[in-house]
Design a protein around this ligand. Structure first.
Ligand code: PAF
Length: 282
């Protein structure tokens, strides 16, 4: 497995791979790898000749400097894990390498970014979009793998690929969960033992509400019941719990005309921000 930190060097390697007609699978990460990332890696190694994983904690997607400072980092373990799991290349640039000067352009996404994460983390998707665009330009992937847990991120990147005619295939891989149902996230590393037990209630509440909506229960009533359930835990600080249409992430509270719907959650457990979602009518 080769590790690159600078853009010039990895561009040379990409040129060679492309020249040989090989496909490139890309797994973009911010490190602190877990089994969710490994499922992306597994999909990529199955479907591509070469798999590249990026490890870069992108400072411009954090709207909160404390959150950036506290973001977990397990670089040595990540490298060992990637080597074991068949990754061919790691790209782990420094912030200076990616942003020698403060980037000027701002990519905006209209209504897609006005809800959920976009509403609660101003500027987040502008930062995500720019780094992903840079990674696409540097690494020229054939296919790119993202987790369903970050559904809004996936939709934003899908829009960017569509609007800019990028020649890349996006793949959304189902969320990997702990046995308790808790969605795997690098941020879980910061949860206490008790916090982890409480956080598992998020999935349980989502599951009950999603099953109820699928069975024909009123959407608003189902959401309110799930909210009351979660708010009964002192350690859970709910940010949003909404049902949105998969196609445009617009919120739905009443009937839904056979659109695919997703139940989305964000909130804090023990001060750690977690997100999760369930596709209701898969
Ligand atoms: O999902 C993530 O880990 C990040 O948002 C990404 C896509 C690597 C961009 O920094």
């Amino acid at each position: 497995m080769k590790i690159f930190q600078d853009i010039f060097a990895i561009r040379g390697a990409i040129k060679d791979i492309r020249h040989q007609g090989k496909s490139i699978g890309l797994v973009p990460t911010m490190g602190a790898l877990h089994a969710g990332h490994l499922s992306l890696l597994e999909a990529s190694t199955k479907e591509n000749d070469v798999t590249i994983t990026t490890i870069f904690v992108n400072p411009i997607q954090f709207n909160n400097s404390e959150d950036l400072k506290n973001y977990p980092s397990t670089y040595e373990d990540d490298i060992t894990l990637l080597e074991k799991c068949g990754c061919n290349i790691v790209f782990a640039p420094t912030a200076k390498e990616m942003y020698p000067t403060e980037p000027v352009i701002k990519i905006s996404f209209g209504e897609l970014a006005e809800t959920m994460e976009g509403a609660f983390r101003p500027g987040h998707f502008t930062g995500v979009a720019l780094v992903v665009m840079k990674l696409f330009n540097i690494l020229q992937p054939t296919r790119v793998y993202f987790g369903q847990k970050d559904l809004q991120q996936f939709k934003i990147i899908e829009q960017m690929v569509y609007d800019t005619s990028l020649d890349v295939e996006l793949k959304m891989v189902p969320t990997v969960r702990e046995r308790s149902g808790l969605a795997l996230s690098s941020r879980n590393k910061r949860l206490s033992k008790v916090g982890k037990v409480i956080a598992a209630h998020i999935y349980q509440a989502l599951k009950v509400a999603a099953a109820g909506i699928q069975a024909g229960n009123d959407i608003k009533a189902s959401i309110n019941a799930a909210k009351s359930n979660l708010q009964s835990f002192e350690a859970i600080d709910l940010e949003y719990l909404i049902v949105v249409r998969m196609k445009d992430l617009q919120s739905v509270e009443t009937s839904y005309d056979h659109d695919q719907l997703v139940l989305c959650f964000a909130g804090y457990v023990d001060g750690i921000r977690l997100i999760d979602n369930l596709i209701i009518n898969e």
